[in-house]
Write a protein that binds this ligand. Structure first.
Ligand SMILES: Cc1cc2nc3c(=O)[nH]c(=O)nc-3n(C[C@H](O)[C@H](O)[C@H](O)COP(=O)(O)OP(=O)(O)OC[C@H]3O[C@@H](n4cnc5c(N)ncnc54)[C@H](O)[C@@H]3O)c2cc1C
Length: 332
């Protein structure tokens, strides 16, 4: 059991987990990352990152490789193929983290299991699933790669509208495909969208009552198949890219009954200090309520969680302090 004792146990080896590990292990806390697959998380799947400050352009695997080497150089242990299945707090305040039959004991835990883009589940979606081939789930990340090209955006919520408006800064034409005939998103966004579509020679159009049933092309996206849900009519709609904004699914099923989750499954926390409902358990990255779902914000969350852990280690009573009293007396 002593071999499996750590100061900080991090669940998930994506950007948030790696960010937390960097600070925690540099502070000489014995730190382990438990990762169900290989380190890297979602960002591993992209070949172009252009919005990480200080790095003009890098591919996901390249960045992950550097982040992994960096945390390991400070002593973080990474246990790949270790899926966390349970977390318990003992009467003495220790946290027992289970990966199937393996058990790890820690003084603090950072939950960073991330989230997954909700898929359409249509033919072609997996085949073209990267910005180079034409399917993307992040307009903020991949919009600039579609400069002067025609794209379809799928969805009708706040994110879909915000992202479609963002895409219109780059693409020559943006067609928003929405399965209903009205939007339930925030009025201010809907108004902005409708104003854009009303512009003479504007580049934005909306296909109401429509769904994408297939993404098609040779080597890259060349069209999507649209079906009108009212008439049943189908057509091939030419485009260079398909952006899918139909929601995020947090990877938190295993945390049900352990920490408080929202109805959508995001981990509830006080966003200033990243404390969850279970003392000693912090949260970071895409899996938490209010996450902005970006590489840099996930890393920053991990760093913040690691900084908060120091407060908690210094004074366990800190956990019970209300937000305003918890304070942030940092400096270096
Ligand atoms: C294709 C693609 C391109 C992107 N491009 C950009 C970009 O250019 N710029 C940008 O800012 N953002 C981009 N993003 C978004 C960015 O990747 C995410 O916001 C970021 O990865 C979130 O980090 P995270 O650590 O919170 O979660 P994740 O990256 O999802 O990592 C979570 C990790 O936890 C592991 N895990 C899950 N459950 C368990 C468990 N029970 N036990 C152990 N481990 C578990 C997962 O295997 C995963 O490795 C992109 C995302 C995708 C998919």
């Amino acid at each position: 059991m002593s071999d499996a004792s750590y100061d900080v146990i991090i669940v998930g080896g994506g950007p948030a987990g790696l960010g937390a590990a960097l600070y925690s292990s540099r502070d000489r806390f014995r730190t382990v990352i438990l990762e169900k697959m290989m380190p890297g998380g979602q960002i591993f799947n992209t070949n172009r990152i252009e919005n990480y400050p200080g790095i003009a352009r890098i591919d996901g695997p390249g960045l992950v490789d550097q982040m992994q080497k960096q945390v390991e150089s400070f002593g973080t242990e990474i246990k790949a193929a270790s899926e966390v299945t349970d977390i318990k707090r003992t009467a003495g305040g220790r946290l027992e983290v289970s990966c199937g039959k393996d058990r790890y004991v820690g003084r603090a835990v950072v939950l960073a299991p991330g989230s997954s883009y909700r898929k359409l589940g249509v033919p072609g979606e997996e085949e073209f699933r990267n910005a180079g081939a034409g399917v993307s789930y992040c307009g903020t990340c991949d919009g600039p790669f579609f400069r002067d090209r025609e794209v379809v955006a799928v969805g009708g919520g706040n994110t879909a509208i915000e992202e479609a408006l963002h895409l219109a800064k780059f693409a020559s034409k943006v067609t928003l495909v929405h399965r209903r005939n009205e939007f339930r998103a925030d009025k201010v966004l809907v108004e902005e969208l409708l104003a854009k579509t009303a512009e003479p020679n504007g580049k934005m159009t909306i296909r109401y009552d429509s769904v994408v049933t297939a993404i098609q092309g040779e080597g890259k996206v060349q069209s999507v198949r649209l079906r009108n849900v009212k008439t049943g009519d189908e057509e091939d709609y030419p485009c260079d890219g398909a952006f899918i904004f139909v929601g995020m699914v947090p990877n938190t099923d295993f945390l049900k009954g352990i920490v408080e989750l929202t109805d959508q499954g995001f981990i509830r926390c006080d966003c200033a200090h990243l404390r969850t409902s279970l003392p000693g358990v912090f949260v970071a990255g895409d899996c938490r309520v209010g996450a902005t779902m970006q590489l840099i914000t996930a890393v920053a969350d991990g760093v913040n969680a690691a900084m908060m852990i120091k407060q908690y280690f210094r004074d366990p009573q800190w956990w019970k302090k209300a937000d305003a009293q918890a304070g942030t007396p940092f400096g270096w």
